[in-house]
Write a protein that binds this ligand. Structure first.
Ligand SMILES: NC(=O)c1ccc[n+]([C@@H]2O[C@H](COP(=O)([O-])OP(=O)(O)OC[C@H]3O[C@@H](n4cnc5c(N)ncnc54)[C@H](OP(=O)(O)O)[C@@H]3O)[C@@H](O)[C@H]2O)c1
Length: 243
C-alpha cells in the first residue's frame, strides 16, 4: 500500500484526491490546505500542521498541487523536520531562483519537479526533439487550443518552443476545449504532425500517482519529467502504462 500525503486541495487537488481514493493499493493519508476544512472521509490539516501530519501518517511520498509560495514554505518545513522521502511538485510558476532553492533541498529528500505531469505531453516533446534535430530546415508551428476564457499563452506551448529552440506559437480559443497541443513540422515535400489531447480530468492525477510511485524507487535527487520518461524508455518490462 502506497501511503500518500497530498498538499493542496483546490481545483486540481480535489480531482487528485478523488483519483487516489479509488486506487486499491493507495492510501491517501492526509490532505494539506491553507484554510481549515472538515471532510467526512479525509484527514485535512492546515499548512501550520504539516510536521504533525507527516509524523502521524508517515507517508511514502508527497504530491504537491498548491501555489508556488506555499511549495517553497512547505519545503522549508520538510527540511526542518528531517523528512527523508520524496515529493512530486506539480505546482507551477517558479522562478529560476526558486528552482535552485528546490534543488538545494534534495540533499535531504527527493524532488521531481513536474510543471506538466502528463506523460503524453512529455512524450510529445521527446518525439518532437528528435524530429527537430533531423529536420533542421522544417517550418515549425505549435498550435495550442484551449477554452474560450483562457487569456495567457499555454505554458506547455512555451515549454515546447523552449525545448525546440524555435517554433511559431498559434493560440486558438474555442468553446470549452480542455487542451490540445499540435506540432507541425513542414518541409518542401512532406510534413509531420504530432497532436496531444487531454480528454480526461484525471490526466494530472494519474500522472502524479505514476510519477510518485517512480520517485519512491529512485535514488535521492532532483528530477524532471524527462528523467522519468528516460527511465521508462530504458526499462525492458514493456514500457509505460497509460495515464
Ligand atoms: N503539473 C501539472 O501538470 C499541473 C496540472 C494542473 C495544475 N497544476 C498546478 O497545480 C497548482 C494548483 O492548481 P489548482 O488549480 O488546484 O489551484 P487552486 O484551486 O488555487 O488550489 C490551490 C490549493 O493550494 C492550497 N494552499 C495554499 N497555500 C497552501 C499551503 N501553504 N499549504 C498547503 N496548501 C496550500 C489552497 O488551500 P485552500 O483550499 O485552503 O485555499 C488550495 O487548496 C497550480 O500551480 C497549477 O498550475 C499543475
Amino acid at each position: 500500500m502506497l501511503k500518500v500525503g497530498l498538499l493542496g486541495y483546490g481545483r486540481t487537488g480535489k480531482i487528485v484526491a478523488e483519483y487516489l481514493n479509488i486506487q486499491r493499493d493507495v492510501a491517501l493519508k492526509f490532505v494539506l490546505k491553507n484554510t481549515p476544512f472538515k471532510h467526512p472521509n479525509l484527514n485535512i490539516y492546515t499548512h501550520f500542521d504539516l510536521g504533525d501530519a507527516i509524523e502521524q501518517h508517515k507517508p511514502d511520498v508527497l504530491i504537491d498541487f498548491t501555489v508556488r509560495d506555499a511549495t517553497i514554505a512547505n519545503l522549508a518545513v520538510l527540511s526542518e523536520i528531517e523528512y527523508k522521502k520524496g515529493i512530486v511538485i506539480a505546482t507551477t510558476g517558479f522562478s529560476n531562483e526558486e528552482i535552485e532553492i528546490m534543488k538545494a533541498y534534495t540533499k535531504k529528500f527527493s524532488i521531481i519537479w513536474a510543471p506538466n505531469i502528463s506523460s503524453g505531453i512529455n512524450l510529445l516533446i521527446r518525439a518532437a526533439m528528435i524530429i527537430n534535430e533531423v529536420w533542421k530546415d522544417a517550418d515549425v508551428h505549435i498550435i495550442e487550443e484551449h477554452f474560450r476564457q483562457k487569456k495567457d499563452v499555454s505554458g506547455t506551448a512555451l515549454r515546447i518552443r523552449d525545448r525546440l529552440g524555435r517554433g511559431e506559437i498559434v493560440s486558438v480559443r474555442s468553446g470549452g476545449t480542455v487542451g490540445v497541443h499540435k506540432l507541425i513540422f513542414g518541409r518542401e515535400n512532406q510534413k509531420i504532425e504530432l497532436t496531444h489531447k487531454s480528454h480526461s480530468r484525471y490526466v494530472f492525477a494519474a500522472g502524479a500517482l505514476r510519477v510518485a510511485r517512480w520517485l519512491t524507487t529512485a535514488k535521492r535527487g532532483f528530477y524532471r519529467m524527462e528523467d522519468y520518461i528516460d527511465s521508462q524508455l530504458s526499462y525492458s518490462h514493456g514500457g509505460m502504462e497509460e495515464d
